[in-house]
Design a protein around this ligand. Sequence first.
Ligand SMILES: C[S@@+](CC[C@H](N)C(=O)[O-])C[C@H]1O[C@@H](n2cnc3c(N)ncnc32)[C@H](O)[C@@H]1O
Length: 267
Amino acid sequence: MFYLIGLGLGDAKDITVRGLEIVKKCDKVLLEAYTSVLTVGKEVLEDFYNRPLIIADRELCEGNIDDFLKEAKDKDVALLVVGDPLGATTHSDMLLRARQYGVEFQVVHNASIINAVSCCGLQLYNFGETVSIPYWTETWQPDSWFQKIIENFSRNLHTLCLLDIKVKEPTEESLTKKVRQYMDPKFMSVKEAASQLVKVIERNPDSGMTQESLAVGLSRVGSPEQKIAVRSLQVMQDCDLGPPLHSLVIPAPTLHPLELEYLAQFR
Ligand SMILES: C[S@@+](CC[C@H](N)C(=O)[O-])C[C@H]1O[C@@H](n2cnc3c(N)ncnc32)[C@H](O)[C@@H]1O
């Protein structure tokens, strides 16, 4: 059996009882480590489960996951995913591959940033399409995500912006070499996201959004260190919400009175 298990957002103890029982009985347990991270590291999880974990980085998930899936034909193999395994990053491709190989699978759901974002008081029903904001480089500054924010904004919907994570990314120079070298891990902050957003707004003066538009910064949602800040985009560029992970929300222009009242706590 192949198990896809959500770990939730906060710490080791956020795994569900069913998830924990499966982790304890599995022959092999992998920890997906490139689409999201827990505030606690691998060692804390290993201590809590009392078993070793195999780190599944992007290379393993995209290249070698088939070996593990095939192994799951006769053994119990689990892949642990921070948040919900089908929330934001779907991992549904793995389930399709499992089906293709005739491997049975089960999904154990958990809290996701997709629903926990409601901790800021914005109602989940009023969110439009979620976007991902990628790190820009000198030569690569995509902004298609901005059009989606504008579409949501013009329909009076909030936008959850998931922020880029670079974990075990090969350096550009090493891409053409035999031996890969990797960049230090980096996680986009609300400050960085707000400043990219302000730059796109400046390039699109008719978008309907301005530097004065409201933004909600969220960090380490679900953990005891969770932080929420409501600022204009301009001010958000200087707002330090501490260690990762961060998300940014662009609220709809017209808010429900309850949403306004709840948000006011974080001004
Ligand atoms: C690709 S998504 C993966 C989501 C995960 N599977 C889930 O269901 O929550 C990762 C992004 O979600 C956001 N995120 C995830 N967990 C978060 C948290 N606890 N607090 C704030 N943002 C979070 C960050 O922007 C992060 O870069």
